[in-house]
Ligand binder design. Structure first.
Ligand SMILES: Cc1cc2nc3c(=O)[nH]c(=O)nc-3n(C[C@H](O)[C@H](O)[C@H](O)COP(=O)(O)O)c2cc1C
Length: 206
């Protein structure tokens, strides 16, 4: 089995979401020693910027048009991202909330993955997306400093659940430490250690 850890905080060792992901992975590795763990930090990953060439390449086959050489070469890189992602049997996504949503490089990564005819189709009768990737488990660890899950301004968890579902991945589990800003270091430690326990337990059943 291959587990892909998509890391969406730029804060390295100081990141709360990455720290909880490490607790998850320690427990996961102890239980599944033969599995391969791959890490992709979206802040460090060299991925297509998804600009003009990619935007035209995306719609060319739907509009019955041939891609130009520039669009074709841009599209090859997009397909490489999809192929690497699709090579994972399980996904761990650790991600802070940024302005009620997700950090911009994660959106850029999602813009590479979500493609008509590659990862989703469209059911014209139901007027809805049909995911084309095989379903697989996704563990999300989503940190925030104050936004409660389920609140009207939570555009992180509902968006991530929707967009994974749109490409066929519906087995989404989430751990949401939503009050990470505390008055003291001790309070942060106590808060995070509770979620480390939760992350280890989640790894046991992943
Ligand atoms: C640019 C930026 C925007 C943020 N926006 C929000 C927000 O909208 N709501 C919230 O509750 N916390 C927000 N936060 C706080 C982080 O989500 C919180 O500190 C989180 O625990 C950081 O996780 P990390 O240490 O893994 O990066 C923001 C932080 C940054 C840096």
């Amino acid at each position: 089995m291959i587990l892909l850890h998509i890391e969406a905080s730029p804060k390295g060792d100081h990141s709360y979401s990455s720290r909880l992901a490490r607790a998850f992975l320690e427990a996961y590795k102890a239980k599944n020693p033969d599995d391969e763990i791959r890490t992709l930090n979206v802040f460090e990953h060299d991925m297509p910027a998804f600009g003009k060439a990619e935007a035209f390449a995306k719609f060319a086959p739907i509009m019955g048009e041939a891609r130009t050489a520039e669009q074709e070469s841009a599209w090859e890189k997009v397909k490489q991202e999809i192929s690497y992602f699709d090579g994972a049997d399980k996904i761990l996504l650790s991600c802070p909330m940024w302005n009620y949503s997700i950090p911009w490089p994660l959106k850029q990564y999602i813009d590479c993955l979500v493609q008509p005819l590659e990862t989703f189709g469209y059911d014209f009768e139901k007027m809805d997306h049909v995911g084309l990737l095989r379903n697989r488990p996704v563990q999300m660890i989503l940190t925030r400093s104050s936004t409660m899950p389920g609140d009207y301004n939570d555009f992180q968890l509902p968006y991530l659940k929707y967009i994974f579902g749109a490409i066929g991945i519906r087995d989404v589990r989430a751990i949401v430490p939503w009050a990470t800003t505390k008055a003291s270091r001790e309070e942060v430690e106590a808060y995070l250690s509770g979620f480390e326990t939760e992350a280890r337990q989640a790894a046991e059943n992943f």
